[in-house]
Design a protein around this ligand. Structure first.
Ligand SMILES: C[S@@+](CC[C@H](N)C(=O)[O-])C[C@H]1O[C@@H](n2cnc3c(N)ncnc32)[C@H](O)[C@@H]1O
Length: 232
């Protein structure tokens, strides 16, 4: 069983704590991301959008869109993007998205079977109700629709894993604290304990009506990407 860190909120406080943290880091969120991934996150985002394999003009939900980084990548590839996020601060800092809406992933303000594809970047571990969010993804997606879920990874090669752990668990909280908000950048590495193993995510998706679930490791496992199709 994964160990919980003292910097993580109590389960009943998670939604409000997560909302408050993202409100606080919103103004410098994208700048800090680029710094901390040495710009690699832009490459992973492009790969995520391409992995949808949908035609330009398709309607895409960017779930937990934050400041719209993934949305803008999708718009640049010709998609029609709608963004939903919990944090008003992140939505306020967002730009380049045609339609934005405040909402919770586990109860989306979106009509059933109305969306062609769903993108979700680095948000699964932040959801209080991940199962509820997956059920909502299945509900709003049309049959045959696609999902591409990007998350932090867990590199398996020992040397990459040691370097990654040192960077993510030790350096990120310090650098994030200096550039942005100390508490939030202590939470972010610790929050990986909320992320289920890949096999568990795969079986949750299958249970909720997704097929062809694929799991890809990006850049030696620094990030991971799940893709799947809503069964017809
Ligand atoms: C690490 S940020 C990722 C933002 C963006 N997807 C990206 O790729 O840069 C996580 C986002 O998830 C949002 N979030 C957390 N819990 C949520 C929930 N229950 N429903 C919707 N959004 C949520 C946060 O407000 C935050 O914007």
């Amino acid at each position: 069983m994964k160990r919980m860190s003292p910097v993580l909120p109590a389960p009943q406080d998670k939604t409000e704590a997560v909302r408050g943290m993202f409100d606080a880091i919103a103004p410098r969120y994208e700048f800090v991301n680029r710094m901390m991934t040495f710009g690699l996150d832009a490459r992973w985002r492009k790969r995520t959008v391409s992995a949808l394999g949908l035609a330009p003009g398709s309607t895409i939900l960017d779930l937990a869109c934050g400041t719209g980084d993934l949305s803008r990548t999708a718009s640049a590839q010709g998609f029609d993007v709608v963004g939903v996020d919990l944090s008003f601060g992140m939505l306020d800092a967002a730009h380049g998205i045609r339609a934005l809406c405040q909402g919770d992933a586990s109860s989306l303000p979106i009509k059933s079977a109305s969306i062609d594809g769903i993108l979700c970047g680095y948000a699964l571990r932040n959801f209080t109700d991940l199962d509820g969010a997956m059920s909502e993804m299945a509900r709003v997606l049309r049959p045959g629709g696609r999902i591409a879920l990007l998350e932090v990874g867990a590199p398996k090669t020992p040397v990459i894993r040691i370097g990654y752990n040192l960077w993510f668990e030790k350096a990120v909280p310090v650098i994030g604290g200096i550039l942005s908000d100390k508490q939030a950048y202590r939470y972010l590495p610790a929050s990986t304990v909320y992320l289920p193993e890949a096999e568990e995510i795969r079986s949750s998706l299958v249970t909720r009506g997704f097929s062809g679930v694929n799991h890809h490791e990006l850049s030696g496992g620094l990030s991971q990407l799940f893709t799947a199709t809503r069964s017809v």
